[in-house]
Design a protein around this ligand. Structure first.
Ligand SMILES: NC(=O)c1ccc[n+]([C@@H]2O[C@H](COP(=O)([O-])OP(=O)(O)OC[C@H]3O[C@@H](n4cnc5c(N)ncnc54)[C@H](O)[C@@H]3O)[C@@H](O)[C@H]2O)c1
Length: 325
């Protein structure tokens, strides 16, 4: 269970792209705590220097401020690297509908650059962030690998393209790639600000500041909210996975189903707030229900999420109470 017992040999080097972002900075922290060398490549377009500033004095940590759209930068960053944990991308379904060209450049071209750089440098494993959005309009639940529908956004398309390249790079060039289809990750250091912020940190911050959060639609949409520690476990287990399970993508979630409206009232209760939300219009490109079948990751990666949604939520609320302005 979990990742505490997973070890790599001394001097193992990890490259975390997007390491100044939410998921990336949590990965960097755990890897540094375990004593490994970590290179973080991030252009700080969405990530924050504050997320990595506590690591800057660690001799095992190197920060490269660079853009994955530049192949040379990617190649330089991969020198001497054992494992790449590729998180750099632009998130947000609605933003991708506004800016499809930018998403193509960063999420598709940038990821292809990283795969190519990993290949040229003989990296052992290329683990990359995919997304539940690849299921598109597929109505069957829970979502299962191999049963994807029509895509609903440029963001989803970029993630599917990453998976196709991942498959090809394993088949054609023998680069071990593993795609992790994250389902609504939450936890410490997730950005609560801005129009495209994820709901859990956004609602917590608004409630702490006695503001009325806006729920898109009627709140009866459901999600498989996944605590960050489970995502870290998935990344480390993917690094350890055998060559035979490469070239594929895996659902990474909690395996549960939470209705947004229930999550909202749980947050109100935990924060001692009695605030009515505002119900807004349904967001374009949004999926009504999204929960995952995680049996493939369990079977082939040995993924066993340690944290339930409720445990993760309690830890997340505690962190924001201490750290939110
Ligand atoms: N958070 C979630 O719920 C979720 C769900 C599904 C998939 N994902 C995927 O997981 C990954 C990490 O997501 P996150 O929530 O930590 O997002 P984030 O925005 O917090 O982190 C992404 C990081 O990538 C960096 N970045 C963006 N463009 C870059 C570029 N051109 N060059 C170098 N760095 C660049 C940003 O500065 C940022 O620090 C992304 O690939 C995202 O699509 C996240």
């Amino acid at each position: 269970m979990g990742y505490q017992d997973i070890t790599f040999s001394n001097g193992t080097v990890f490259l975390v792209t997007g390491g100044a972002g939410f998921i990336g900075s949590n990965l960097c922290e755990v890897l540094l705590d375990k004593g490994y060398r970590v290179i973080c490549l991030d252009d700080l377009s969405n990530g924050k220097h504050g997320n990595i500033s506590p690591f800057m004095s660690n001799p095992n940590f190197t920060f490269i401020k660079g853009d994955i759209r530049h192949l040379d930068t990617c190649i330089q960053a991969c020198i001497g690297v054992d494992y790449v944990l590729h998180q750099a991308a632009w998130g947000s379904v609605p933003k991708s509908i506004e800016m499809p060209l930018l998403y193509e450049e960063i999420n598709i071209k940038g990821t292809l650059n990283m795969m190519e750089a990993a290949r040229q440098n003989g990296v052992k494993k290329f683990v990359y962030a995919s997304s539940s959005s690849v299921y598109g309009d597929e109505p069957s639940l829970p979502k299962k690998e191999g049963k994807e529908g029509n895509l609903l956004s440029p963001y989803a398309l970029t993630k599917r393209a990453n998976e196709e390249y991942g498959k090809l790079y394993t088949k054609l060039y023998n680069l071990d790639t593993i795609g992790l289809r994250y389902f609504n990750v939450f936890g410490k250091r997730q950005d609560p600000n801005g129009a495209y912020a994820a709901v859990i940190p956004k609602f917590i911050k608004q409630l702490l500041n006695n503001k009325r959060p806006i729920i898109d639609g009627d709140g009866k949409q459901s999600r498989d909210f996944t605590y960050i520690e489970n995502v870290i476990e998935a990344n480390l287990k993917a690094c350890k996975a055998s060559h035979e399970v490469s070239g594929q993508a895996y659902n990474i979630a909690c395996g549960s189903k939470e209705y947004l409206i229930d999550v909202y009232y749980e947050l109100c209760k935990a924060l001692g707030k009695d605030i009515m939300p505002i119900f807004g219009p349904v967001r374009k490109g949004d999926i009504k229900h999204s929960n995952a079948d995680i049996s493939k990751a369990k079977e082939l990666l040995g993924y066993e999420p340690d944290y339930s949604f409720t445990q993760g939520l309690a830890l997340t609320i505690d962190w924001y109470k201490e750290n939110c302005d």
